[in-house]
Design a protein around this ligand. Structure first.
Ligand code: FHN
Length: 431
């Protein structure tokens, strides 16, 4: 019943087999890169020389900046340092299998060419070129799925205005709601035509005027345009706040749950989900946010999500010049080094049937059980609750001494270096 209650889903496929086939690449991928990029990278967390608290991409609302003062930022947006090939290569080297980039965040500004408004990179900036189509091509050339984020809440569209008290809400002129929905549908169709994204990642659905019926309608519209499309649960009203998985009171639109800045205690069998996470304390670039998580912590989060059957969507916030900040590039490189050795324990892995131990996590793949050692236990031994035939340190010839008794395997650990990254032991079990 728990799985049924929390299952994000609905109008999605004619049969469970079709649904599984559509979700297959996404379930195998496990590791994605989120990119929050937009005009907010110019002020980068400061307005009129003063820091604006909160996440960078919210500066317009958090800083009470009048729209008329924010709009001219577009005239300064000229990311001449943007090299989509370089971004895609950074992602590929990190072992990333899909990229999700903001096509339109809450400020309504579009990074793609749209005929629905001039509030886009082509018409409103000196740069004057579509940013997304070249990135889509660069990703695909490297076997990376290209996906787009799209905000339902829109601070710029004339149908809406930000609530002066509750900044997270907008009010819509009810007479103009159909016009805004038509605007979204036009833009999303354009986006499908120009970039052909494999996932549409909605957000900003919490505004009071957006309904579950609106979400289901949008979901059906998009799946009709591209039947293989995967759509997150924020297209409708399903998600339980930042916990991201669906409330249990009805069926909701969307294919997967979206925990934000958190990893659930356990996975839920039969429920697809993806944890999105920042590397520091902002999604959009802030020049003074230096609170970076360590590479080891990020690797452990990737393992933790995989061990519970989820995907990990790790964010970067490029600068206004179009560069991914150096601390993010360094961390992605460290993830890549680890994935080149240990990727088989992540890609295509299933949720571990074994509860999380104190010293790390398990992932599983058919007869292979992977023990990810975050910290070597003081005893120097690991106990695995199944009978293994042998064990090795993954990516090496180092064999691990094991003793099997009563369907338990006791492994005596060799010297492991877990200082900068976890070490993975592969236990081969009988079929
Ligand atoms: O308000 C946004 C926020 O700016 C950011 O885009 C994150 C990413 O998941 N989502 C929202 C809050 O749920």
């Amino acid at each position: 019943t728990l799985a049924l209650c929390l299952s994000p889903l609905v109008v999605r496929a004619a049969s469970p087999e079709e649904h599984d086939a559509r979700m297959a690449w996404w379930r195998d991928a496990r590791f994605g890169m989120f990119i929050h990029w937009g005009l907010y990278a110019i002020p980068a967390g400061e307005w009129n020389g003063k820091p604006v608290p909160g996440i960078g991409e919210w500066i317009l609302a958090k800083g009470n900046i009048p729209l008329a003062d924010y709009v001219p930022l577009a005239k300064q947006f000229n990311p001449t340092g943007y090299d989509p090939q370089e971004w895609a290569q950074i992602a590929a080297d990190a072992g990333i299998k899909y990229v999700v980039i903001t096509s339109k965040h809450h400020d309504g500004f579009c990074l793609f060419d749209t005929a629905a408004t001039d509030w886009d990179v082509v018409d409103a900036t000196p740069y004057g070129k579509d940013l997304l189509a070249p990135l889509a091509a660069a990703c695909r050339a490297r076997g990376i799925h290209f996906c787009t984020y799209y905000s339902i809440m829109d601070w710029h569209h004339p149908s809406q205005r930000i609530d002066s008290e509750k900044h997270h809400n907008t009010h819509i002129d009810p007479a103009r709601k159909p016009e805004y929905i038509a605007y979204m549908k036009q833009q999303l169709r354009e986006l499908l035509d120009s970039c052909d994204p494999d996932v549409l990642w909605f957000d900003g659905e919490w505004v009071e005027w957006w309904t579950e019926a609106d979400g289901k309608d949008l979901y059906a519209y998009l799946r009709d345009l591209k039947p293989s499309l995967i759509i997150n649960n924020r297209v409708g009203k399903g998600r339980k706040g930042m916990e991201g998985l669906n409330r249990g009171d009805q069926e909701y639109a969307g294919d997967f749950g979206t925990p934000e800045q958190q990893i659930p205690e356990t996975g839920i069998p039969g429920v697809d989900w993806e944890s999105c996470m920042t590397m520091n304390d902002t999604w959009g670039f802030k020049k003074n946010d230096h609170n970076w998580k360590s590479s080891k912590m990020l690797i452990e989060q990737l393992i933790d999500t995989s061990s519970k059957g989820g995907n990990y969507l790790l964010n970067v916030g490029p600068t206004a010049e179009g560069r991914i900040p150096a601390p993010s590039v360094e961390r992605l490189a460290a993830l890549g080094r680890w994935m080149r050795v240990n990727g088989e324990a992540i890609y295509g892995s299933a949720a571990s049937p074994i509860a999380s131990p104190d010293w790390g996590r398990f992932t599983a793949k058919r007869e292979r059980l992977y023990a990810h050692v975050f910290e070597t236990p003081a005893s120097g031994q690991l106990v695995v609750p199944c009978a293994a035939e042998n064990a090795v340190v993954l990516g090496s010839d180092v064999e691990v001494t094991i003793a099997v008794e009563d369907a338990q395997t006791k492994a005596t650990l060799p010297e492991l270096d877990t200082q900068d990254a976890p070490t993975v032991l592969l236990f081969q079990t009988a079929q």
